[in-house]
Ligand binder design. Structure first.
Ligand code: ISL
Length: 583
């Protein structure tokens, strides 16, 4: 059926596993690969088609595995290559594919390339990273006191770029008296894609993983890999990180990714999803469109910015359901004819979706979790479930900064306090709301002491609500969020319209209702679904669009008991979600 341009990754539901927090098999308090193997039947019973595994490679763990010191080895705490192969096979035997995290914007400072690179100016691997001389401070607008240099070095770095983790993106290195670039932690130096040998080594590494039977890659911050000639200062005063306007979607990024595609992915049936902050529709098409780089889909972040001011992640503004609907509609429409969307409302870097977009305060956790699930599984694109989302897991009640493990939170809070952007009173409220650690507390398997995650001491505290929110109870309760996810996943398998149908927003002006149709032309006529979502704790009148009033319909799935035989005016209950099948 080529008319639909079918692809397995369009039809798939992807389940994201953050191994550190999923399941611990050996009692050291950290999740591991044998722990995931134990839960493969769980994944199978939920019905997911593909697993995205966050990094499991050898790593000193500065950024929980995003700082890789050996791309072809498994981190000891997570197990061995043999364990990984067992996981791969256990998934494949159940028809579940496996995609791996590809982190090639930077490595760990303990990677052999960097160890060699920093050793001298003419080291073999010097050009694998970005080394530059500093500048005299005069006229640069930079203050030498903001940089950590030896007392006798009165220099500032080659430009004003900041790191995503707070503070400068350059660190002075004593060994050769030059500065190196790191868009994240100083222990995560950026590699230099202009060096052909580096690209070659990365391509070979990717081929090696494909030869080992994986089904694709999630590409970490992939639109940051090309840096502009001359490494100019960032100029955009509203940029969420200084320099973003220069180092995002850089001049050669499409050359590199097309080369990567031709060299590594062409002819394979693998999927790729590029993580790309700071992206317009037009730019997205250059990656995933018809004349793009051959990437399957992108993760975009506009909807993850709605609750921030221009000051970036460590700020807060209240956002409305209408803004969420408009932002996601913008991407639905923008990639309707070319490209493909990834659908997510949380991941390992974001707070729990039900705490952020749903209701956890006034008793509608279950209903709102189901409504959010309905959005993710009935928009056009590939849904991603982040571990625990299928239980409606919530943010953790952090009390103090001492409980935070995440390098991003710790450094950014420190930087914001230093610059006066955050005062003490606001800090904990914001941390509780925003920290990535909300996503990283252990998976809640049952109501035992550590929620069935470990027999030892968990590396992150278990959310006390594990007594009522856990997989065991959810699987025993036919009305649970978990069963609702399973039904949504089944629906996707049964009905092409869920995957391929055209998205059409209705009642665009409504403040709290999100209403859309999905329509697919088939040989037997038109298949149409109507999705109606009441975003909020209040009852809301639903006046259907005039052309749909009276259409005969039945409910395909809903988070309340509902019985209808036509589309009619009705009062929707708090967080009510309905999918009508317009027969
Ligand atoms: O969560 C953020 C910190 O401010 C985001 O800006 C995040 O860093 C950004 O989305 C990139 O995320 C990815 O790369 C990071 C890693 O820490 C994240 O876990 C990963 O998803 C560096 O590899």
């Amino acid at each position: 059926m080529t008319a639909l341009d079918r692809a397995w990754w369009k039809e798939a539901v992807v389940y994201q596993i953050y191994p550190r927090s999923f399941n611990d098999s050996d009692g050291d308090g950290l999740g591991d690969i044998p722990g995931i193997v134990e839960k493969v039947d769980y994944l199978d019973s939920l019905g997911v088609d593909c697993v995205w595994l966050n990094p499991v490679y050898e790593s000193p763990g500065v950024d929980n595995g995003y700082d890789i010191s050996d791309y072809r080895a498994i981190m000891d705490e997570f197990g061995t290559m043999a364990d990984w192969k067992e996981l791969r096979d256990a998934l494949h035997e159940r028809g579940i594919r496996l995609i791996m995290d590809l982190v090639v914007n930077h490595t760990s400072d303990e990677h052999a390339w960097f160890v060699n690179s920093r050793s001298s100016k003419d080291a073999e691997y010097r050009e694998y990273y970005w080394w530059r001389e500093g500048r005299t401070p005069e006229g640069t607008g930079l203050d030498p006191d903001d940089y950590d240099t030896p007392a006798d070095v009165d220099e500032v770095p080659p430009n004003n770029w900041d790191s995503f983790f707070g503070g400068p993106a350059w660190t002075y290195d004593d060994q050769t008296g030059e500065w190196y670039l790191h868009l994240f932690d100083e222990r995560m130096p950026d590699v230099n894609w202009e060096t052909a040998d580096l690209r070659e080594e990365l391509f070979e590494m990717m081929e090696w993983w494909l030869d080992n039977g994986i089904d694709g890659f999630r590409m970490d911050v992939i639109n940051l890999i090309s840096k502009p000639d001359g490494l100019p200062d960032g100029e955009d005063p509203t940029a969420i990180v200084k320099g973003v306007d220069k180092f995002t979607n850089g001049p050669r990024v499409h050359d590199y990714l097309s080369e990567l595609h031709d060299r590594v992915l062409e002819g394979t049936d693998s999927m790729t999803v590029g993580e790309m902050a700071e992206l317009s529709i037009e730019e997205a098409k250059r990656y995933v469109g018809e004349d793009g780089d051959g990437m399957s889909m992108v993760f975009t972040f506009d909807h993850m910015r709605l609750d921030m001011t221009d000051a970036g992640r460590w700020s807060y503004r209240e956002s409305s359901p209408r803004e969420l609907k408009e932002t996601m509609t913008h991407w639905q429409d923008g990639l309707a004819d070319e490209g493909w969307n990834s659908l997510f409302l949380n991941n390992h870097d974001e707070p729990r979706q039900v705490s952020r977009f749903g209701d956890v305060g006034e008793g509608y956790r279950r209903e709102s979790a189901k409504l959010l699930a309905t959005v993710l599984h009935t928009l056009r694109g590939t849904p991603y479930i982040y571990q625990g989302e299928e239980l409606g897991m919530t943010n953790y009640p952090f009390d103090s900064l001492d409980e935070i493990r995440d390098v991003d939170t710790i450094k950014n809070v420190r930087a914001a306090q230093k610059s006066g952007q955050l005062d003490e009173d606001d800090v904990m409220d914001l941390v509780r709301y925003r920290t990535r650690d909300n996503a990283r507390t252990p998976m809640q398997w049952d109501d035992s002491e550590h929620a069935g995650f470990t027999d030892g001491t968990p590396w992150m505290p278990v959310n006390p609500n594990k007594d009522t929110i856990n997989a065991e109870d959810a699987r025993n309760d036919p009305d649970s969020v978990w069963h609702y996810y399973r039904d949504l996943i089944d629906l996707r398998t049964e009905r092409d319209v869920v995957v391929y149908g055209e998205y059409d927003l209705r009642l665009p002006e409504h403040e709290s209702l999100w209403v859309y149709t999905r329509t697919l032309e088939t040989d037997d006529g038109e298949d149409t679904l109507l999705v109606v979502l009441n975003f909020g704790n209040d009852e809301t009148e639903f006046e259907p669009p005039a052309d749909l009033v009276g259409e005969s319909a039945e409910i395909l799935i809903s988070n309340y008991d509902t019985d209808v035989n036509a589309v009619e005016q009705t009062t929707l209950r708090p967080w009510e979600a309905r999918v009508y099948d317009l027969a």
